[in-house]
Design a protein around this ligand. Structure first.
Ligand code: PMT
Length: 400
């Protein structure tokens, strides 16, 4: 996504400057060409050499530095940029941009650019709540600047509250999101992800190896492409993608309720979750004791959520997943037809790099019209993009 993109990283003076260094590392790793502009106050916290070394580009600091202006002037920097990211953005920087002040290299370059500008403010929580600051931020929001709200937590100044810069990985994802074409704008998408857990007693459950990575990748990519995303997630260790509404669940029954509770206005359902087919008939209230040599658990069937959705489709696009160990195409085609789906993603989990937990997958897309597409081994993030390309076509054909 950011490969070959020209990014101006504007750094102003706050204690969170150290996170801008980590963000720079992520950006360059993704193949972006990053040009850093530091304000005078930012240089009080970190020396430009750190940014220069990591970006492999000279760091820009002064508006009237002739040597720097010879190398690259602020107008050409503004013109060449695909994206500006301001990290951390102080109250002062936000205020200056909102008032149209351009009295240093960073603010002048921001004023001169036509590139999108992503602003990640960080400051003391009382400063953040200050109505003048809020007015300035709102003004920039309304003018089309992208604001990544600070998070709550303990702040460097000793206060607890909102004002903390989000983790660099989150700022990175927001940067990607700004540059992605919004071809799913207006689409309401529901994604399920992860395993379900079916309780046996207070310490044991039946589950599977799903990590949630496939479903979370789809949710993140769809959100970046402009969709409004609800993610119903079984237990995972993953961070909810920015901008995605996540409903955590444990059991298949909870997943079913959550899916049906959030179905209003949904255009597309993508069921990447590995839902338990069975649950124990009885859940023991107390921890079960080891007594007999053999133990038989009686199981009963869970509702098949996707099959139910297929019976009451009401114009929705339904996408299923099938993880198989044998006869991949036969089993996947059966599920596609039985559950009344538009497309099913078949993964042969016996293949190297496919299926549960890893970062990659090897999948085939089986369409309702009989087409089968075979994809190479690729990262789950890329599988998500490929799948969403198909979803977008299906969704667009249903638009009036
Ligand atoms: O989470 P990861 O570690 O990244 O792994 C990804 C994955 C392998 C879990 C994912 O890619 C995948 O294949 N998910 C589907 C797993 C599966 O085998 O599902 P199934 O064949 O049991 O069900 C077929 C479809 O019906 C699935 O879309 C499933 O969500 C849905 N289903 C199944 C049972 C049930 N009770 N309700 C359902 O909705």
């Amino acid at each position: 996504m950011l490969q070959g993109k020209s990014i101006v990283l504007g750094v102003s003076g706050g204690i969170a400057v150290y996170k801008a260094i980590e963000l720079l590392r992520l950006l360059t790793k993704a193949g972006a060409d990053v040009h850093v502009i530091m304000t005078r106050n930012a240089r009080e916290f970190v020396a430009p050499l750190t940014f220069q070394t990591l970006s492999c580009n000279p760091v820009h600091t002064d508006l009237f530095d002739l040597s720097q202006e010879q190398e690259i002037d602020h107008i050409s920097l503004a013109d060449r940029a695909d994206l500006f990211i301001l990290v951390p953005a102080t109250a002062n920087l936000v205020g200056k941009i909102a008032q149209g002040l351009a009295d240093d290299l960073l603010t002048t370059t921001i004023m001169a650019t036509k590139a999108p500008v992503l602003i990640a403010p960080a400051m003391n929580s009382h400063m953040y709540e200050n109505r003048i600051y809020q007015r300035n931020q709102k003004c920039l929001d309304e003018l089309g600047y992208y604001i990544l709200e600070p998070v709550s937590g303990s702040l460097a100044c000793g206060w607890e509250g909102q004002g903390k810069l989000p983790d660099p990985a989150i700022i990175f994802a927001a940067a990607e999101s700004v540059l992605v074409p919004k071809d799913l704008l207006g689409c309401h998408l529901l994604v399920t992800a992860g395993p379900t857990q079916e309780e046996i007693d207070p310490v044991r459950y039946i589950s599977n190896y799903s990590s949630g990575k496939m479903g979370f990748a789809i949710a993140a990519a769809a959100q970046q492409r402009g969709a409004q995303v609800t993610l119903i997630a079984g237990p995972t260790n993953l961070t909810v993608p920015v901008g995605v509404h996540c409903v955590p669940v444990f059991s298949a029954a909870e997943m079913r309720s959550a899916v049906f509770d959030h179905l209003d206005d949904i255009d597309v359902v993508i069921k990447a979750a590995a839902v338990a087919d069975y649950r124990p008939v009885d859940r023991s209230v107390q921890k079960m004791k080891k007594t007999a040599d053999k133990l038989t658990l009686e199981l009963e069937k869970n509702s098949d959520i996707l099959a139910e959705l297929g019976q009451q489709k009401e114009g929705r696009i339904l996408i299923g997943f099938a993880a198989e160990t044998e006869r991949l195409l036969v089993h996947a085609a059966e599920k596609l037809q039985k559950k009344n789906l538009d497309l099913i993603v078949a993964n042969d989990i016996t293949r190297e790099g496919a299926g549960f937990d890893g970062d990659t997958n090897v999948v085939k897309f089986l369409h309702a019209d009989g087409r089968v597409e075979e994809l190479e081994l690729m990262r789950k993030k890329e599988v998500a993009q490929q799948l969403l390309d198909r979803v977008m076509v299906l969704w667009k054909t249903k638009q009036p």
